[in-house]
Design a protein around this ligand. Structure first.
Ligand code: BJW
Length: 230
C-alpha cells in the first residue's frame, strides 16, 4: 500500500467554470491581488473585498464538480492506503465530488470567520451587508480565507502526511504561491515519487519526476484508473 498526498489548485476547477488566478482572463486580471487577497486590502476597503468574495461564493454555489473531482472522490473511496487531498481551492467541489480525506489549506468560501469571537460558521449568503455573528452578535464576519501574509491552515498535518508519502501528485496549480509550491521539494526530499498533472508546464515543473500535460478532466480519471488497477 502506498501513502498518497495530492495537492490541487485552481486548474482542477477551471472546467467547472471557475476562473483560475493567473491566466490572462483570470481573477487577478480585474481584481489586483493586493486589493482583494491581503489583510491590508481588507482593512483599506472591506466593502470591495466582501463583494469580491460574495460574488465568488455565488459562482461556486452555481458550479458543479467535473470528472477530475469525481475521479478523486472515487480514489478516496477505493484506495485502501493512506491518502490526503490538500486543496488550495476555496470551492467545495472536492466535497461534492465525493472526497472525504480533504483539507482546505487556503480556507473556504462557504465559511465565515468572526474577528470578534473567533468562531467559524458555514456561510452561503452575502457578507457585504455586515450580518451579525451567530455566536456573539458582532458585525465582524470576514471570509474564512487565507490571504497573503497569513498562515495557511493545518500545516503540521500536511507536512506530517508528506513526510510519510510514497507518492506526491500536484494537479492544476501554477506553483507560484508558497508554502504549497514547496511541497514537491519536501516530498522529493523524503523519497516520494512526484507527479504533476497540468494543462501546461508550471513554475515548479522542473522539480517533478514526471509531468503529464492536458486538461484535468481527462488526466485525473486516467491517472486514478491506473493507480487503482495496480
Ligand atoms: C489547468 C487547467 C485545466 C488551468 N486542467 N490544469 C517563500 C516561502 C514561503 C512563503 C513565501 C515565500 N515567498 C513569498 C512568500 C509569501 C506568500 C507567497 O507565496 N507569495 C508569492 C507571490 C511568492 N505566501 C503567503 O503569504 C502564504 N502564507 C505564508 O507563507 O505564511 C508563512 C508560512 C511560511 C512557511 C510555512 C507556513 C507558513 C499565504 C498564501 C495565501 C494564498 N491565498 C490565495 C487567495 C485566497 C484564496 C482565494 O481567494 O481563492 O490562494 S492566492 C491564490 O493563489 C489562491 C490560490 O490558492 C493560490 C494558488 O493559485 P493556483 O491554484 O496555483 O492558481 P493559478 O491561477 O496560479 O494556476 C492555475 C494552474 O492551473 C495553471 O498552472 C494552469 O496551467 C492550470 N490549469 N486550467 C489542468 N483545465
Amino acid at each position: 500500500m502506498q501513502n498518497i498526498v495530492i495537492l490541487t489548485g485552481a486548474g482542477i476547477s477551471a472546467e467547472s467554470g471557475l476562473k483560475t488566478f493567473r491566466a490572462e482572463d483570470g481573477l487577478w486580471e480585474n481584481h489586483p491581488v493586493e486589493e482583494v487577497a491581503t489583510p491590508e486590502g481588507f482593512a483599506r476597503d472591506p466593502d470591495l473585498v466582501q463583494r469580491f468574495y460574495d460574488d465568488r461564493r455565488a459562482q461556486i454555489r452555481a458550479a458543479k464538480p467535473n470528472a477530475a473531482h469525481e475521479a478523486l472522490g472515487r480514489l478516496d473511496r477505493e484506495w485502501g492506503g493512506e491518502l490526503l487531498l490538500v486543496t488550495q481551492n476555496i470551492d467545495d467541489l472536492h466535497e461534492r465530488g465525493g472526497a472525504g480525506r480533504l483539507l482546505h489549506m487556503h480556507g473556504e468560501a462557504l465559511s465565515a470567520w468572526c474577528r470578534a469571537c473567533d468562531a467559524r460558521h458555514s456561510w452561503e449568503r452575502t457578507l457585504r451587508d455586515g450580518p451579525p455573528c451567530p455566536a456573539c452578535g458582532a458585525a465582524a464576519l470576514r471570509p474564512d480565507i487565507v490571504w497573503f501574509g497569513e498562515m495557511p491552515y493545518q500545516m503540521e498535518r500536511i507536512f506530517s502526511a508528506i513526510a510519510q508519502a510514497d507518492l506526491f501528485v500536484s494537479i492544476g496549480t501554477s506553483g507560484a504561491v508558497y508554502p504549497a509550491a514547496g511541497f514537491v521539494q519536501e516530498a522529493a526530499r523524503v523519497g516520494a515519487h512526484t507527479l504533476e498533472l497540468n494543462l501546461e508546464r508550471s513554475a515548479g515543473s522542473g522539480f517533478f519526476d514526471e509531468t503529464r500535460l492536458g486538461p484535468a478532466s481527462a488526466l485525473v480519471p486516467q491517472w486514478v484508473e491506473q493507480v487503482l488497477a495496480k
